[in-house]
Write a protein that binds this ligand. Structure first.
Ligand SMILES: NC(=O)c1ccc[n+]([C@@H]2O[C@H](COP(=O)([O-])OP(=O)(O)OC[C@H]3O[C@@H](n4cnc5c(N)ncnc54)[C@H](OP(=O)(O)O)[C@@H]3O)[C@@H](O)[C@H]2O)c1
Length: 253
C-alpha cells in the first residue's frame, strides 16, 4: 500500500490509475484536466484531486505524467523531499535531469507504460530496475528492466512503431473495404489476421520473427511479391532511418 501522486491527469495517468485502483493505495491526481480527474474520483473511492504542491507534499511516490515542456516548467517549484521516490513516464527527460529538477528527491526511475497495460499482456520497460515498479505492477505487465538508460530510450523509440504500423493497416483496410463492401469487416479481417500471428509469436516457446517470415516467404507468392515491392521502394531503410532520428532526439534531450 502506498500514497501515490500523479502529476498530470492525462491519457496515460488515467490508464495507470485504473490499473492501480482497488489495491489499497491512496491515489492523488492533479487538478488539471478537471473532467478526467473528476471522473477518476467518481469511479474510484481511493482517488482524490489535489493541487500540484499538495500532491507532491502528500505522496510517497510521485509519478510524472506530464508533457516534457510542462515538466521542465513546473517540477523545480514543487516540494520534493529526500525520502520520496519519483517515477517518470516521459520520453525526453533523462533520470539525471529529473534528479536535478526534483532535488532533493531520493530516487528517480523511468518506465514506458502503454495504454494496453490494463489488459495484463503489455510490456512495461523501466530503468533502473525499481522496487516500486515491481511491487505496483507485478502480475499486471511483463516488467522489463533495461541495463542502462540508452536501452530504455531504444524501447521508447521502438514503441513509436505503433502509429506507422497502424497507418499501414488502416490504408489496407480502406483499400479492402472498397472491394468487400464494409470497413468494419475489412478491419476485423486484418485484426484477426494479425492477432492470430501475434498470438503465435507470443507463444512459449516462441517461433521467432525469422521462422514465421520464412514460412510466409514462398517464392513468387503474394506475401513475397508485396514485401519485395516495399523493399524496392526503400520502406525498411526509411523505417530504420526514422528510428535513428528519434534515438538521436532522445540522446540529445
Ligand atoms: N499516452 C501514451 O500512450 C503514453 C505512453 C507512455 C508515455 N507517455 C508519456 O506520458 C506523458 C503524458 O502523455 P499523455 O498522453 O498522458 O498526455 P496528455 O493526455 O496530454 O496528459 C498531459 C496532462 O498534463 C496536464 N497538465 C498540463 N499542465 C499541467 C500542470 N501545470 N500541472 C499539472 N498537470 C498539467 C494536462 O492537463 P490539461 O488537459 O488541463 O492541459 C494533461 O492532462 C508524455 O510525456 C508522454 O510522452 C504517454
Amino acid at each position: 500500500m502506498a500514497r501515490i501522486g500523479f502529476l498530470g491527469t492525462g491519457e496515460i495517468a488515467a490508464v495507470l490509475v485504473e490499473t492501480l485502483a482497488g489495491q489499497g493505495h491512496e491515489i492523488l491526481v492533479s487538478t488539471r484536466n478537471a473532467d478526467r480527474a473528476q471522473d477518476l474520483c467518481e469511479r474510484f473511492p481511493e482517488v482524490r484531486v489535489c493541487a500540484n504542491k499538495a500532491l507532491v507534499a502528500g505522496s510517497e511516490l510521485v509519478v510524472v505524467c506530464l508533457l516534457p515542456p510542462v515538466a521542465r516548467q513546473i517540477l523545480g517549484s514543487l516540494p520534493f523531499r529526500a525520502e520520496q521516490r519519483l517515477v517518470s513516464v516521459m520520453t525526453d527527460i533523462s533520470c539525471a535531469e529529473l534528479a536535478t529538477l526534483c532535488a532533493p528527491v531520493g530516487s528517480v526511475a523511468r518506465m514506458i507504460p502503454l495504454p494496453t497495460l490494463k489488459g495484463g499482456q503489455s510490456p512495461l520497460a523501466c530503468y533502473p530496475d525499481h522496487p516500486d515498479i515491481r511491487r505496483l505492477f507485478a502480475g499486471q505487465a511483463l516488467i522489463l528492466p533495461t541495463p542502462d538508460e540508452a536501452a530504455l530510450n531504444s524501447l521508447f523509440v521502438a514503441s513509436a512503431l505503433l502509429l506507422p504500423v497502424l497507418d499501414q493497416l488502416d490504408a489496407a483496410a480502406h483499400w479492402l473495404s472498397g472491394r468487400i463492401g464494409g470497413e468494419r469487416v475489412a478491419e476485423q479481417y486484418l485484426i484477426r489476421l494479425f492477432g492470430s500471428y501475434f498470438d503465435r509469436l507470443a507463444q512459449d516457446p516462441a517461433p521467432g520473427f525469422n521462422t514465421v517470415r520464412a514460412e510466409l516467404n514462398t517464392e513468387g507468392g503474394l506475401n513475397q511479391t508485396l514485401s519485395k515491392r516495399m523493399a524496392e521502394a526503400g520502406t525498411p531503410e526509411i523505417l530504420v532511418e526514422g528510428l535513428e532520428i528519434l534515438m538521436h532526439r532522445l540522446k540529445a534531450a
